[in-house]
Design a binder for this molecule. Structure first.
Ligand SMILES: [Fe+2]
Ligand SMILES: [Fe+2]
Length: 295
């Protein structure tokens, strides 16, 4: 499937202006979440029988820590994407100039997103070390070495999630001045372009690596994200339900983690639908494998 040239040209026209909004955001010192209200859609376990047993303070803390976890995950993903493009540079010679320029712009935008989420996170109370883990670094490094751009479609799924997460914030009637709302709104404006572009970048580069290397790199990333979810949710549960017994916390951890991989979470379910739609339009190579991993 040919890339959408018009979309790419519209996207590239933003090259000189995208930066300003992030420069302004990075100067803000008022990003701490002060909300005394938790938003059920953004709180782990919402809707389950375990949730009914939690106190309002625990829910508020679970909501805030969950946001910190999502921020950390965004930072991790965006950094990995920037690294992926960097590792790919020696091989990008043959690429269509429009795709090459778009790729560079995606990388620059992700760099600013990383800074913005780090800036946001630095003003919150919770643990900021969700992703500081040697195993994560090892696995992502290994995957990028095998096929750096196998990561693009995983990135696309999380980019789709960034957009559907924003829909959740809107449907929760979150205050548009809320720092989390502001950050996600700004992020979404960039990410809306990224999802189709990641498919084009994938299609343009995947032939260079072949099935085995693509499969191996994706499988490693897939395993990595299961670890990321388990360890991230463990931290969320340990902070929010610190007063509960060890066993009780583990009893909460399991369904909180499974929720990320099940179809219950609204934003993820919608992200899957979006990925399926793009799979149909863009017809990426090895579609069967991709469908299994991402939809
Ligand atoms: Fe991003
Ligand atoms: Fe992105």
């Amino acid at each position: 499937m040919e890339p959408n040239v018009r979309l790419m040209e519209t996207y590239l026209a933003r090259e000189s202006v995208f930066k300003q909004k992030w420069v302004e955001f990075l100067q803000r010192r008022d990003l701490r979440i002060t909300s005394e209200r938790y938003y059920p859609l953004l709180t782990p376990l919402e809707g389950s029988s375990l949730f009914a047993d939690t106190t309002p303070q625990e829910r508020l803390l679970a909501y805030k820590t969950n946001i910190e976890f999502i921020s950390s995950m965004q930072i991790f993903l965006e950094k990995t994407l920037v690294q992926a493009f960097y590792f790919y540079r020696p091989k990008e010679e043959h690429l269509d100039p429009l795709i090459k320029r778009s790729m560079r712009l995606v990388a620059r935008e992700e760099l600013y997103h990383t800074l913005a989420y780090e800036h946001f996170l630095s003003q919150q109370d919770g643990p900021t070390s969700f992703m500081q883990n040697r195993l994560f670094r090892f696995l992502s490094g290994l995957s990028l070495k095998i096929n750096p751009l196998a990561f693009t479609l995983i990135g696309a799924k999380f980019e789709a999630f960034s957009m559907t997460h924003m829909e959740d914030l809107k449907s929760s009637n979150m205050d548009p001045q809320d720092p989390w709302f502001v950050l996600n709104q700004m992020h979404m404006e960039d990410e809306a372009y990224h999802v189709p572009l990641q498919f084009d970048i994938y299609n343009a580069s995947v032939k260079q690596y072949g099935f085995l290397r693509t499969f191996a790199a994706m499988a490693i990333m897939f395993v990595l994200f299961q670890f990321v979810l388990i360890s991230g949710m463990r931290k969320v549960v340990n902070v929010a339900y610190a007063n509960r017994s060890f066993w009780r916390r583990h009893f909460i951890l399991l369904p909180a983690t499974i929720r990320w991989s099940s179809r219950k979470m609204q934003a993820l379910r919608k992200a899957r639908v979006m990925m399926k739609r793009y799979m149909k339009i863009k017809k990426p190579r090895y579609q069967r494998l991709l469908r299994f991993l991402y939809t």
